[in-house]
Structure formats: structure tokens, C-alpha cells
Ligand binder design. Structure first.
Ligand code: SF4
Length: 466
């Protein structure tokens, strides 16, 4: 019987099948933990006298609350005592339970969804969980990966399993060739605008078609990362030669690599596999996208006019964002630019942003920060001189971390400020109380940084071509 990629990976991990009365018990291959959602789970474990069931399948990092600037003396200015305590607690818990940890002294410390793939801990056919919604990122490798709550973090620490109902499957086909200046971020924003923020609810998405086949692993991670923003449980891309080339030689790559690749290749959906739903889009229809409201589904081409509100919630969103239906979004004054997050902080993103910012200048009054996704990315970007392009243009080059994606570490915008951000959520107040977020690609964010206004990034492509 023909099976989908999701079905194949799911079936390999069922410990106890689902019934009407009970969800399935699913075995978890990799549990990623960080300082925000794990302390309470470790406390529960301690109270019950339990140990971590598989410390060897658990991997820790610090990213959410970590400062991205250093004091002159090299110390770290935590925004609150609580933030510092969270980090100390994670490091202590991980050490006590024998969990591999990428803390301050590791060259692999980074945002949890950047670090996992970099280490090769994320591999095809796995089940991966983390107490962070954007765990869907790891689906780019053909893994079932999804975010879990603090209580579930405790369950997985204790028994390496999770209870869940099997989601339905949805294939999202995007075929054709992307136009110049159109990036993976634009593709996923266009998909969410098409199917809606609730369009993926109850589904596991599989991204199919020539656009994803031709996309880099960095790009596939950007796409899968935002699956959750369409309400989906997870998003996946079938593993292929690009996946195998990416993982080869990484720390956790299997010893018998060719045999592993053969197995991974067999995970692709079978011809004739049936999905519960299918969506078809044309690559040529996608233009550089930005959001104009307070959820990622309120996304539009940057060269279009702001759509009319469909309901009261959208009316409120337009008011919050201080934009008017029927007006152009290009030209909107920008106060801050954030290039970073597990959506867009990888080498491909930083190279793209640097190519736009090269030779430009951030105008007075605008603050632009570039935050690499990991220590490895910081090292590589500096080796390529990208940091000098950013700082010469007047942007700040920071230490790795989640930073303004969630604004827990003190990196945030002031009330009313407009932020062009390469992150994944534009909810009201996400980047600081009253802050207004416009989600965009690294190219669009970089173009805004040196223009002081929202501008079509293709303008810069044209200038280069000319
Ligand atoms: S960058 Fe944002 S979405 Fe990603 S792990 Fe950090 S807080 Fe979560």
C-alpha cells in the first residue's frame, strides 16, 4: 500500500497504537531542551524521584534568555535575575542528568533549531520534540518534529515517549521556478496567506514540488519552521541528496553513512500515496512578501496595496499596525530591523542580507541588529567578512541567540516602533509591548535597514544587475 512520508515515519515510532479512547504512544528519537521550558519539568522529575530516561537522546542549549551583547569586561548583562537563573538552572540540570549541553563554552551553542541540524542530531526518519513551537524546523530533513508544552517536556524526559493523535496529511505542491528576489521566506508567507493561519490545523504538511526540490537545506528549514504558523502540527520535506550531503561528516551522522542514506531515501512518499488534502500553487505567482497585520496569515506582496479587513479582528490588527486598507505598504517608515531567529539566521540568510547591505548605510535613528543563529554561524560569517559588511553599514553584529524573535533577553522594540523582522511571529507585543512587527525575508529586511522604509528588495537586485 502506498504511504506518505509522514505515515512511514509515524509507523516506525508507534509504541502503542491509537484507539478511540486513547491517543497513540509515540517514541521520541531526539529531545531538544533549552532554559525556558525545561526547569519546571526537571523539578517535577525531582519531586517524583525520577531520572531522565534517555539522556543520550537529549540535547541541551541556552538561547532564549541569553544576552546578545557583552559587557566591556566580557560578562553578560542578563535582562533580569530570573533570566540568569533560568540559564544556570538548565546548565545545572543538564549536568546532573548527564545530558550533552552546548553552553557558554561550546562552539556549537545556538538557537535550538539551528544547533540540532548543525550537529547532525536532526536526521531523516526521526521523531523530534522540543518545548518550542518552531521545532517544526527539523521537518526539513524528513523528520516528524513538533513543539511540546512544559508538561510534555517532563513526560519525554521521564519516558522518552509522547501521547498524541495521528494528524491528517496535507501535501502543499509548489511547482515552477521562483522569480529573482523571491526567497523561501516569501514562499512560506505566501503559503500561509493562501491557506490561512488555521489552514493547517490538524494536519502534518508535506512540501512537494520543484520549488522545494531545488531549495537549499537552509531554505527548507525556513519553510518548515513556519508550518506551525499555519496551525499545522509539523511540516516535512522528503530527504534527498541535498539532505544527505548536508548531514555527511557532522557529529551525529551515522557511521555506516551509505546504508543510512539508502534507508532515508526510502522514506519519500510512494507514488500514488494519498493525502487527506492537497494544495497547489505556482512558483511564478509568488512575489516578495511582508506581513501587514498581527498574525503571519496577514501577509501580502510588498508591491501590492494593503487588503481590506475581513473582520473585526483584522480591523483591530490594521489599527494596531497603524496601516490603512488600500494604501501601499512600501514606503512605510521603519524604526528597527532584526535579522535573526531560527527562521532566518543561517549562512544563506546572512549572505543574502549582506549582499543587499553591502555599501549601504543605515540611516540615523534606525537600529538594525544582525544576530547569528549559532556560534558556528558566527564563526563562519566572520570568516567570510559578513560582520564587517553589516557593521560598516551601521548595523550591530551580535552574539547568537533568539534575541528579538521573542524579546525575552532584553532585545526589544519600544512601544509603537515598527520592526522589520526575519522572525516568524508578528503577534501584538511579541517584540516588545506596543511594538509593530512586519515579517519579511533577510533581503527585504536588509533593504529596509539601509532605506529607512519598507522597500521592494528587487530594486536592489535590479541595481546590481544594472
Ligand atoms: S528564535 Fe524564536 S521561535 Fe526560534 S527557538 Fe528562539 S524563540 Fe523560539
Amino acid at each position: 500500500m502506498s504511504e506518505t512520508l509522514f505515515d512511514k515515519v509515524w509507523n516506525r515510532h508507534v509504541v502503542v497504537p491509537e484507539t478511540d479512547a486513547h491517543p497513540a504512544t509515540i517514541y521520541i528519537d531526539l529531545h531538544l531542551i533549552h532554559e525556558v521550558t525545561s526547569p519546571q519539568a526537571f523539578t517535577v522529575l525531582k519531586d517524583r524521584g525520577l531520572k531522565v530516561r534517555r539522556p543520550d537522546l537529549t540535547l541541551a542549549t541556552i538561547d532564549h534568555s541569553t544576552p546578545t551583547l557583552l559587557n566591556d569586561d566580557g560578562t553578560r548583562p542578563f535582562v533580569t535575575d530570573q533570566a540568569e537563573k533560568q540559564v544556570e538552572t538548565l546548565l545545572a540540570n543538564a549536568a546532573e542528568h548527564g545530558i550533552e549541553t552546548h553552553g557558554w563554552d561550546s562552539d556549537n551553542r545556538g538557537i535550538v533549531h539551528v544547533m540540532g541540524p548543525e550537529l547532525g542530531a536532526t536526521r531523516p526518519g526521526m521523531t523530534i520534540v522540543c518545548g518550542d513551537s518552531h521545532t517544526s524546523t527539523h521537518g526539513a530533513f524528513g523528520a516528524i518534529a513538533f513543539g511540546i508544552g512544559t508538561t510534555q517536556v517532563g513526560h519525554v524526559l521521564a519516558n522518552q515517549c509522547i501521547l498524541m493523535r495521528k494528524p491528517k496529511t496535507m501535501a502543499i505542491h509548489v511547482d515552477g521556478e521562483l522569480q529573482p528576489g523571491v526567497t523561501p521566506k516569501d514562499v512560506i508567507l505566501a503559503i500561509i496567506a493562501e491557506i490561512g493561519v488555521g489552514g493547517g490545523t490538524g494536519y502534518a504538511l508535506e512540501y512537494r514540488g520543484s520549488v522545494f526540490e531545488n531549495m537549499s537545506m537552509d531554505g527548507r528549514m525556513t519553510v518548515c519552521n513556519m508550518s506551525i504558523e499555519a496551525g499545522a502540527r509539523c511540516g516535512m520535506v522528503a530527504p534527498d541528496d541535498k539532505t544527505f550531503a548536508y548531514l555527511e561528516g557532522r557529529k551525529f551522522a551515522p557511521d555506516n553513512y551509505l546504508a543510512a542514506c539508502d534507508d532515508w531515501a526510502s522514506l519519500a512518499s510512494d507514488p500514488g500515496a494519498v493525502y487527506d488534502k492537497e494544495v497547489f500553487m505556482k512558483a511564478e505567482d509568488i512575489r516578495p512578501m511582508v506581513t501587514y497585520g498581527t498574525h503571519p496569515g496577514m501577509a501580502m506582496p510588498i508591491d501590492a496595496l494593503i487588503p481590506a479587513a475581513a473582520d473585526k479582528a483584522e480591523e483591530d490588527a490594521l489599527e494596531y499596525m497603524q496601516v490603512k486598507a488600500g494604501a501601499e505598504i512600501a514606503g512605510l517608515k521603519v524604526d528597527r530591523v532584526f535579522i535573526g531567529s531560527c527562521t532566518n539566521s543561517r549562512m544563506e540568510d546572512l549572505r543574502a542580507a549582506a549582499s543587499v547591505m553591502d555599501g549601504g548605510q543605515v540611516p540615523d535613528g534606525l537600529i538594525a541588529i544582525v544576530v547569528p543563529g549559532s556560534e558556528q554561524i558566527k564563526i563562519q560569517a566572520e570568516a567570510e567578512g559578513l560582520h564587517e559588511i553589516f557593521t560598516s553599514a551601521g548595523a550591530q553584529w551580535r552574539e547568537p541567540g533568539c534575541s528579538m524573535c521573542i524579546a525575552m533577553n532584553g532585545d526589544k522594540a519600544a512601544p509603537g516602533e515598527l520592526v522589520v523582522s526575519t522572525s516568524n511571529r508578528n503577534f501584538a507585543g511579541r517584540q516588545g509591548p506596543g511594538a509593530r512587527t512586519v515579517l519579511a525575508s533577510p533581503e527585504t529586511a536588509a533593504a529596509a535597514a539601509i532605506s529607512g522604509v519598507l522597500v521592494d528588495p528587487r530594486t536592489f537586485l535590479d541595481e546590481e544587475a544594472a
